[in-house]
Design a protein around this ligand. Structure first.
Ligand code: DAH
Length: 367
């Protein structure tokens, strides 16, 4: 868009005046009918092809030394005239009017909402807060000791196979208890809590856990659990049953019934799986509960004395006479549940992958 600049033949004041007057008039006419200030700016002040740049190359450089000053003064006047035109309020208004079409709808910012998983986690934790529990958190990169050994999974014991573990690379030079892995459950935070704090303990531990599971409609290699731990004098299996029965009714409705089945976890003895009456058919039997009327929801049990022994050994490294977790004096119960599974049941979600997809059409349903 830049036109050729014709070379100047004469550099006397009169010739310079004529040449610059023509340019000033050209700029003035353009300013008067200005519709696109940015194009005008580029046309005159563009760093590579702007008219002023071409003029300075064609004229200033070829001017005889005695004419350079006179030429420079006129050149600067022209430049100031163009800059002033660009800065004038009339030009500014044109830029603004051109940049914004006030008849277009504005940009809508939808308010944020808690993610359905966080919301569910919050709901579960809050049921226990009302029972006087507090919350604790722990690391997702965990040591073998906390994730397994202190929870009574001895090294190489087949019970470890139930939790397909993602391990951190290059750990073989370390003693086995210090080797790092992605925690497979939130239970290690039970150990961390008891080492740090004497009974009574009532805590819930929400958090992310990791397993080397292939993703499908009900599995994801990263998911969430909520762990619970209660340790005090005279804690019995009845306390465990009463607490979890209350929690399930608070979450799923007061009509829900619970039942406890014998199970196995290395860190609880006895252990149980908790089932709730099917919330879809009320216990009559349907496809969701595989026509049994019951749905299995969480694991629990009384804290195994071997766990208290591991905790005591750690506490005695700091205080050799520590006896806070003497199983003759205290007992406790623990439980663990999957957040995704509960969120899927509460909201009728059929594929776990929806939670991680970031699909607004899914998420908006929880607004
Ligand atoms: N940590 C177990 C798991 O991930 C769940 C669990 C079961 C936690 C029983 C507990 C418990 O605290 O007592 O499969």
């Amino acid at each position: 868009m830049s036109e050729e600049i014709t070379a100047l033949q004469h550099f006397d004041d009169a010739s310079l005046d004529t040449a610059f007057a023509a340019l000033a008039e050209e700029a003035r006419l353009e300013t008067a009918s200005l519709t696109d200030p940015e194009a005008f700016r580029l046309h005159w002040l563009g760093r590579k092809q702007g008219r002023l740049k071409l003029i300075s190359e064609a004229w200033l450089k070829s001017a005889p030394p005695e004419a350079k000053k006179a030429l420079g003064i006129r050149f600067n006047q022209l430049k100031q005239q163009i800059e002033a035109a660009l800065e004038s309020p009339a030009t500014a208004t044109k830029s603004a009017v051109q940049g914004i079409d006030i008849t277009l709808p504005g940009t809508l910012r939808t308010p944020g909402i808690p993610h359905p998983l966080l919301k569910t986690m919050h709901e579960i934790v809050s049921v226990f807060h009302h029972l006087g529990y507090s919350t604790n958190l722990g690391p997702q990169v965990e040591s073998d000791f906390f994730n397994f050994e202190a929870l009574n999974f001895p090294p190489n014991h087949p019970a470890r196979d139930t939790q397909d573990t993602l391990v951190i690379a290059n750990q073989h030079s370390r003693p086995s208890r210090d080797r790092l892995l992605m925690r497979t459950h939130t239970s290690p935070v039970q150990i961390r809590t008891m080492i740090a704090q004497a009974p009574p303990i009532r805590i819930v531990i929400p958090g992310k856990v990791h397993r080397n599971d292939a993703a499908d409609a009900t599995h994801s290699p990263i998911f969430h659990q909520i762990e619970g731990l209660c340790v005090d004098t005279n804690i019995t299996f009845s306390d465990l049953k009463g607490t979890l029965d209350h929690a399930m009714k608070a979450l799923f409705g007061s009509d829900v019934k619970t039942r406890f089945f014998p199970s196995f976890f290395p860190f609880t003895e006895p252990s149980a799986d908790v089932q709730i009456s099917c919330i879809f058919c009320g216990g009559k039997g349907c496809r969701k509960c595989k026509h049994s009327g019951w749905i299995e929801l969480l694991g629990c049990g009384m804290v195994d004395p071997a766990v208290f022994a591991a905790v005591t050994a750690e506490r005695r490294k700091i205080n050799p006479s520590d006896d806070a977790y003497n199983p003759e004096k205290i007992t406790g119960f623990a439980f663990g549940m999957g957040v995704e599974r509960i969120a899927m049941m509460l909201h009728g979600v059929s594929d776990i992958g929806h939670f991680y997809s970031g699909d607004m059409r899914f998420l908006e349903q929880f607004a």
